[in-house]
Design a protein around this ligand. Structure first.
Ligand code: B12
Ligand code: SF4
Ligand code: SF4
Length: 339
C-alpha cells in the first residue's frame, strides 16, 4: 500500500465537514490509565468499558495491520437565545451527533476507497472500543484538561471526536499532545458539584451527573446528587462552562448542530412529556439514550432540586405514574417542596 499524503486526507476531511483532523501512529496505548481507572471503580456499571478493554488499548485488534489512526473533531457550540436556559447539555441539543459524525466518516471512507481501492479502514464514533481522547492527543489536536475533557486550541472543549483506523501509513504524523494550558487553574475542580473530578483529568463516573443522567437510567440517583440537579436534565456542562479555555467559543453554523425543538423545553415540560410527545421530540436526538422514564425521572429530580412550588400539581400527578422510577422520584421531589 502507498504512503498516503496527509495534504489529500486533510482536504478530504474538510470537504466532508470535519473541523479538525490529525494523524497518529497506531501504536498500542500503555494500559495504565485505562486499567487503573477501571480498578478504582470509576467506570461505575459501564461494563462495556471493561469488556473490550484489550481492543481499546490496541487498534490492531480492530483492524489487522493497523498503521494509522485518523482523528476528526467537530465543533458543536451554539448560543441560540431560545435555548440559553435549556436543561439539556449542549452536545445533545441538536441532531444526534453520532449520526452526523458517522455520515461524515462514511463519506470520507468512501472517497478514500475510491482513490485507494485496496485500503482497509475501521471507523468509530463514541460507542466503538477506542480511546478517542488518547488518539486525539496523539494526533496533536489538543490535550486532556483537568476537567477530563479534550481541549483544542481553536474550539476549546466544545468538540466531538471520531476516528478512522487505516492499514496504511501517512506521510506525516503529529508529535503528540499539544501543550497543557491548564496551568495552575482549578476552576473545574472547584465547580463540579459532586466532586467527580478526581485529578489528572480523571472522572469518577459514579459521581458525575453526566453519567447519572444518561447512563444510570434504570436506578435511582443517590439523593446527595439529586439536589445538585437544578435545571439539569440530560448531561452536564458545568466543568466546561467554567473553563477559561472555553471563553471564546466558535459558533457551529452547520444546521446539523442547530438545536431541535426539544432544546426549547423547560424542566416541567420534560417531566410532563406524554408518550406521544416523547415520540415527537426525542427520536433522532442523543436524548433517546436516557429512555422515556429515565428522562422524566431526571426532570422530576431537577424540579425537586429547584424547590419550585408551582411544580406541585404536576408532581402530584406523576406520583401516581405507572413507572416505579418516576413515582419514587415524584415522591422525593414533593418532600423537597415541603422542606
Ligand atoms: C466513558 C465516557 C464517559 C463517562 C466517563 C468520562 C471520562 N472522562 O472518562 C461519562 C459518562 C461520565 C462521560 C461524560 C461526558 N462525556 Co463522555 N465518553 C466516554 C467514552 C465512551 C470513553 C472515555 C474513556 O475511555 N474514559 C476512560 C479514561 C480512563 O480514559 P480517557 O477519558 O481517555 O482519559 C485518560 C486518558 O485520556 C489519559 N491521557 C490523557 N492524555 C493522554 C495522552 C496519551 C498519549 C495517553 C497514552 C494517555 C493520555 O488520561 C486520562 C485520565 O486518565 C468517550 C468516547 C470514547 N470512545 O472514547 C466519550 C467522550 C469522552 N465523551 C464525550 C462527551 C461530550 C461527554 C460529556 C461532555 C457529555 C455531557 N455534556 O454531559 C461528559 C463530560 C464529563 C467529563 N468531565 O469528562 C466526548 C468528549 C469530547 C471532548 N471534547 O472531550 C467523547 C470523546 C465522545 C465523543 N465521541 O466525542 N463520558
Ligand atoms: S460533567 Fe458535571 S458532574 Fe461531571 S465532572 Fe463535569 S461538572 Fe462534574
Ligand atoms: S477549568 Fe482550568 S483546570 Fe479546568 S480544564 Fe479548564 S483550564 Fe484546565
Amino acid at each position: 500500500m502507498n504512503v498516503l499524503p496527509t495534504a489529500y486526507l486533510r482536504q478530504l476531511s474538510e470537504a466532508v465537514g470535519f473541523d479538525l483532523v490529525g494523524f497518529a501512529r497506531a501504536e498500542p496505548i500503555p494500559p495504565e490509565s485505562l486499567y487503573s481507572w477501571i480498578e478504582a471503580g470509576y467506570a461505575a456499571d459501564m461494563d462495556w468499558m471493561k469488556e473490550r478493554a484489550a481492543e481499546r488499548l490496541d487498534v490492531a485488534q480492530l483492524l489487522p495491520g493497523a498503521k494509522t489512526v485518523v482523528v476528526f473533531a467537530n465543533n458543536y457550540y451554539r448560543n441560540d437565545a431560545e435555548t440559553s436556559d435549556s436543561p439539556i447539555a449542549r452536545y445533545a441539543r441538536g441532531r444526534d451527533y453520532h449520526s452526523t459524525l458517522r455520515d461524515r466518516m462514511k463519506a470520507f471512507r468512501k472517497a478514500l476507497k475510491e482513490t485507494y481501492p485496496g485500503i482497509g479502514t475501521y471507523g468509530s464514533v463514541d460507542s466503538g472500543p477506542l480511546m478517542e481522547k488518547v488518539w486525539a492527543a496523539r494526533a496533536g489536536l489538543g490535550y486532556v484538561g483537568k476537567n477530563g475533557c479534550f481541549i483544542t486550541e481553536r474550539f476549546g472543549s466544545w468538540v466531538l471526536l471520531s476516528t478512522v483506523v487505516l492499514d496504511a501509513e501517512v506521510d506525516a504524523y503529529a508529535g503528540g499532545p499539544a501543550t497543557d494550558r491548564c496551568g495552575p487553574c482549578r476552576k473545574c475542580l472547584l465547580s463540579c458539584p459532586t466532586g467527580a473530578l478526581v485529578g489528572n483529568g480523571r472522572v469518577d463516573a459514579r459521581a458525575c451527573l453526566s453519567y447519572q443522567t444518561i447512563e444510570n437510567r434504570e436506578r435511582e440517583v443517590p439523593e446527595s446528587f439529586r439536589v445538585e440537579m437544578d435545571n439539569l436534565v440530560f448531561g452536564c456542562d458545568i466543568c466546561q462552562d467554567v473553563c477559561p479555555l472555553n471563553r471564546k467559543p466558535v459558533f457551529a453554523e452547520h444546521p446539523r448542530f442547530a438545536p431541535r425543538a426539544v432544546a426549547g423545553l423547560g424542566v416541567m415540560e420534560l417531566a410532563g412529556l406524554t408518550p406521544e410527545q416523547y415520540r415527537k421530540f426525542i427520536p433522532g436526538t442523543a436524548l433517546a439514550r436516557a429512555h422515556y422514564d429515565g428522562l422524566r425521572r431526571n426532570a422530576i429530580y431537577a424540579m425537586g432540586a429547584a424547590r419550585d412550588a408551582s411544580a406541585r400539581p404536576l408532581l402530584e400527578k406523576l406520583s401516581g405514574d405507572t413507572s416505579d422510577l418516576v413515582r419514587s422520584a415524584a415522591h422525593w421531589a414533593l418532600r423537597q417542596l415541603a422542606q
